[in-house]
Design a protein around this ligand. Sequence first.
Ligand SMILES: Nc1nc2c(ncn2[C@@H]2O[C@H](COP(=O)(O)OP(=O)(O)OP(=O)(O)O)[C@@H](O)[C@H]2O)c(=O)[nH]1
Ligand SMILES: [Mg+2]
Length: 287
Amino acid sequence: MICLRLRPCLQPGTQVCRSHLRLVHKFASLQKATTLPAKKVQSLLYPFSGLEAYLDRSVDRTPFQLFHPSLEDMLKAESLFHSSASHKIDYYVSAERMDHVPALKQPEVCFIGRSNVGKSSLIKGLFALTPEVEVRVSKTPGHTKKMNFFRVGKAFTLVDMPGYGHRAPKDFVDMVEPYLYSRTNLMRTFLLVDGSVGLQGADLIALEMCEEIRRPYVIVVTKIDKCTRGTLLTNLMNLQDVVKSQTSSCFPQPFLVSALNFWGIYLLRCFIAHVTGSLKLTDTCQS
Ligand SMILES: Nc1nc2c(ncn2[C@@H]2O[C@H](COP(=O)(O)OP(=O)(O)OP(=O)(O)O)[C@@H](O)[C@H]2O)c(=O)[nH]1
Ligand SMILES: [Mg+2]
């Protein structure tokens, strides 16, 4: 449709950059999302709030709301995800081995998880305000084969990792483990778990690896649009039990997200801005 509309305007020799044709999702921006009815805004901003009423009274809500920034802070964080001449967001480089990893000084965060859990889609969602930054996603597991580095100006770098489990690259462990151990500017690892299936055996191994490495990491529960509330709650409670009883470096609050409809994306943008030291929060919260 867009192509059809543009075609009559084209003069011979005119080039249309494909990136200009990519549209920004209507909820990519928090400002647009806040025009929705209040209850919907609440679920988009703090997805746990939509589940809270269905939890047994005996369940402690505190761990789920440790990081609870104000709308103002989230808006400030969002500005970091807009690309400009002085703050360029771009794909930088891919690395297959540690000696290919770029020597960047700015704080870094990385995304790990089973193949197909939604790592690349999540990064695409975070970068939805700059659709010219191409993040490749696929429904075929094992799509991302290398560590892909995306720079967010001089503020921080996001690293999209290959997945583990089904169709993982053969050298997954050799590639990812040394990175996690030795990357000095790595501020947080985000370990993604599929909300519709919960923790799998391979996730428990990844969790163990993160515990061994003893660097701070955070669990992100993905695809929350895909499952019933009951399934999500069951998987979430199980996850909380594991985090409470088996971890010491894991942030107690899981971040619930849907890359499809932007639930939790604004909160995660704000958390990334916070842990990389790019944003001073007005409210006090833990991390
Ligand atoms: N419904 C729904 N589907 C999603 C979501 N996030 C990702 N997907 C789908 O899940 C599939 C895998 O997504 P990717 O982002 O490529 O997954 P990945 O973790 O990067 O996978 P690998 O690169 O293979 O390790 C794609 O078909 C996505 O469209 C989500 O929030 N909701
Ligand atoms: Mg991927």
